[in-house]
Write a protein that binds this ligand. Structure first.
Ligand SMILES: [Fe+2]
Length: 224
């Protein structure tokens, strides 16, 4: 099967960028975010001793559909990579926003139109989550266009921007459970792998704000 190496995936991500300066344009924020997702996925994969080349490649291309259409980027990315013959890589465009490949465990309320909902749901139901799905799902939630942050900080940003929905608390719980499971594999805190995260110092405050936003009792969980 045709597959993208880490290098090829990065090249595909940067395909339309002629000058590094273009990466700072607002419309290219998603590219910087994707670079960090690839880097984060690579670090985690190395630490838990799975294929880090694959993890990095999947991270780089997970949002590639944004080049075509932001609102429908999961399906656009999936079709784009499938058409190029990158069948394995295409799945991460669809699975990255749904924790454990569960359509209800997502931020922003999920796919808006019935056609997209049915297409994604059908795919998710026929493709159980694997470790790479889980790693990209988690990395998507602590990578900004400016670098790595805490999941708490990123969720605060997402829920504040996209709104709190009926499923937001379940999404939050699923994210924290996924973090715990990855940390079980690591045997240490996720944040140990990302010492550059400054927001770690605000984690209690961010958790409090999250609690206020979700109006639920949230316990802070950091593995030492
Ligand atoms: Fe993303």
């Amino acid at each position: 099967m045709k597959r993208l190496t880490e290098e090829e995936a990065l090249k595909l991500l940067l395909q339309n960028i002629k000058d590094k300066k273009e990466l700072n344009l607002p419309e290219n924020k998603w590219i910087l975010h994707s670079i960090y997702v690839g880097e984060a996925a690579k670090r985690i994969a190395k630490a838990i001793k799975i294929n880090s080349d694959k993890a990095a490649a999947f991270g780089y291309i997970h949002d590639i559909g944004r080049r075509i259409n932001h609102s429908n980027h999961p399906i656009e990315g999936y079709n784009y990579l499938n058409n190029l013959g990158y069948i394995e890589e295409a799945r991460y465009c669809l699975t990255h926003s749904f924790i454990d490949n569960d359509i209800n465990k997502t931020a922003g309320g999920g796919p808006k139109d019935t056609e997209s909902y049915d297409f994604i749901n059908n795919f998710l139901q026929n493709n159980n989550h694997n470790i790479y799905d889980n790693i990209i799902q988690l990395c998507d939630l602590f990578c900004l266009e400016t670098g790595f942050t805490t999941i708490e900080n990123r969720l605060l940003d997402i829920y504040s921007r996209k709104g709190v929905f009926d499923n937001s608390y379940d999404h939050y719980l699923a994210v924290m459970d996924l973090k715990k499971r990855i940390e079980k594999g690591l045997q240490y805190s996720l944040y140990t792998l990302f010492p550059e995260i400054k927001e770690i110092n605000n984690i209690e405050d961010d958790s409090r704000k999250l609690k206020e936003l979700l109006q639920k009792d949230i316990k802070i969980y950091i593995l030492k």
